[in-house]
Design a protein around this ligand. Structure first.
Ligand SMILES: [Zn+2]
Length: 164
């Protein structure tokens, strides 16, 4: 039994009825969403989107890292993105732990992670403001690109737009 056998079996079924072969890599709805890796978030489903509609950028905490910026620049100039929504969520693990907590947990496994920055989130509003500002002030993105912020509630499925 391989670690991925269940997935391979499920994909046999999926590919048997696959109908998206005409899609291109451009975002049909012009949207990029930066959100968390949290497994409760269905970023396409919660907006009524489908494959082909949007670029979904996910990491721990929905943080705007250097690599998220790099990806947004490519998404805008190559892949049809013309609006960006940054969407952290309630009950995020990244707001419950500090970088030091993670270093300590890793140390219990004999692993030294102190050279990594985890971008944990002690204050979600402040982090979102910081991350939105980081996109807005990027010299590599066009002026006037709509940038929005919203928080997804994992208990209700609702998003609350954040005005900053
Ligand atoms: Zn999260």
């Amino acid at each position: 039994m391989g670690a991925f056998d269940d997935l391979l079996a499920a994909n046999e079924e999926f590919s048997a009825t696959f109908t998206d072969s005409e899609l291109t890599g451009r975002a049909a709805r012009g949207l990029a969403v930066v959100t968390c890796m949290d497994s409760r978030i269905d970023p396409l489903g919660l907006f009524g989107l489908k494959a082909g509609d949007a670029k979904i950028l996910r990491n721990a905490g929905a943080r705007v890292t250097d690599d998220v910026l790099r990806t947004l620049v490519l998404a805008v100039y190559l892949l049809g993105v013309n609006r960006v929504l940054v969407m952290p969520h309630t009950d995020c693990g990244m707001s419950k732990a500090t970088d030091d907590d993670v270093h300590r947990l890793a140390a219990e496994h004999g692993v030294d992670t102190r050279s990594l920055e985890f971008h944990t989130v002690p204050d979600q509003s402040a982090a979102l403001l910081h991350d939105l500002t980081r996109i807005r002030t990027s010299p590599f993105l066009p002026a006037g690109l709509p940038i929005g912020g919203a928080v997804y509630d994992v208990r209700t499925g609702k998003i609350t737009p954040i005005e900053v």
